[in-house]
Design a protein around this ligand. Structure first.
Ligand code: ATP
Ligand code: ZN
Length: 298
């Protein structure tokens, strides 16, 4: 492998794959061929993508096989605690919080089982694929419980009699519902993160890391943003400005031939919903136009 090219680890096939590739595309990266290969070469940046299991991503950065990785905080934290338990400090740095892969590691009990806080866990068997995070949670609350470490299918452990409750990832809660489980406590709020090696990189590589970080920031800051244009009577200006969602300082432009009207252009850092447009119209706005924002650089 070319030593001068950055290597970034991405989940090969799973929930993080598509949003990770979408982020990289928005950052301007063009990858060679499909994602069926282990490595895809960046055609317009000195950056190659390695497709691996998400659980392997912290280790790949830890062991300097990859310089960067896109991984869930849940996997990262578990790996950090496991390393600490073996007496090794983690050799990866978390450099960006990303706006996808949202989920939480939660405790869930079978329907009908009561739960009155962490003390209800005393002496119980808890099935999980995150033994280190669960152990920390129990330790911090001074509760003794048995951790049943599984490699998957945690949600069926109570029905099989292998555990009394579970500690697993939840996003919508539909899997819990289907398995007659009730979420009772959050152990970790998770989302995807970008990690990097703490090692000093050659200047050319470091420069590309910084460029990528800046582009990610640009992509994330405009993801929900909209550019809104409208006409408004001068008399309604104050009210209309209040209605524009998440916009700091709109541009106000005089309208040729209409002394009592202005045009307002603003970047709204939140989605603009129909309800907002309707309120704006009611306040006197006309000629409303909402456009997606593609890129933004502060
Ligand atoms: P792999 O084969 O790569 O090990 P996996 O089965 O561990 O795949 P996925 O289910 O695709 O992984 O989840 C990958 C990551 O997506 C999780 O570690 C977590 O960060 C995030 N995620 C978001 N929502 C959920 C959810 N509801 N359940 C599980 N993971 C979720
Ligand atoms: Zn996994």
């Amino acid at each position: 492998m070319d030593e001068m090219r950055l290597k970034l680890a991405v989940q090969k096939s799973g929930r993080l794959t598509e949003p990770s590739l979408d982020l990289l595309t928005r950052c301007g990266l063009k990858l060679s061929r499909g994602k069926d290969q282990l490595i895809c070469v960046g055609e317009n940046m000195p950056l190659d993508v390695l497709f691996v299991r998400d659980d392997d991503i912290p280790d790949l950065v830890q062991e300097d096989v990859c310089d960067l990785g896109l991984v869930g905080l849940n996997v990262l934290e578990e790996s950090r605690l496991e390393l600490a338990a073996r007496g090794h400090p983690a050799r990866f740095q978390q450099v960006r919080t990303l706006d996808f892969g949202r989920c939480r590691l939660s405790l869930a009990v079978p329907d009908g089982v009561s739960f009155e806080g962490p003390s209800s866990l005393r002496g119980r068997r808890i099935a999980t694929t995150y033994p280190f995070m669960l152990a920390r949670y129990l330790r911090e609350r001074e509760v003794n419980a048995e951790i049943v470490t599984l490699s998957g299918a945690v949600e069926i452990a109570p029905r099989l009699g292998r555990a009394d409750l579970i500690c697993d990832l939840v996003s919508t809660g539909s899997t819990l519902l289907a398995n007659h489980l009730r979420e009772v406590e959050t152990v970790l709020e998770s989302h995807a993160v970008l990690i990097r090696t703490p090692l000093e990189l050659p200047p050319e590589k470091e420069e590309w890391v910084q460029r990528l970080l800046m582009r990610i920031e640009g992509v994330q800051s405009v993801r929900e943003s909209k550019y809104i244009m409208l006409h408004a009577p001068r008399s309604a200006l104050a009210e209309i400005r209040k209605l524009l969602p998440g916009s700091e300082s709109p541009t106000i432009i005089p309208l040729e031939g209409f002394p009592d009207k202005v045009a307002i252009h603003a970047v709204c850092r939140e989605n603009v919903f129909w309800e907002t447009l309707e309120s704006l119209k009611k306040a006197g706005a006309s000629a409303l136009l909402v456009l997606p924002v593609e890129k933004m650089l502060a």
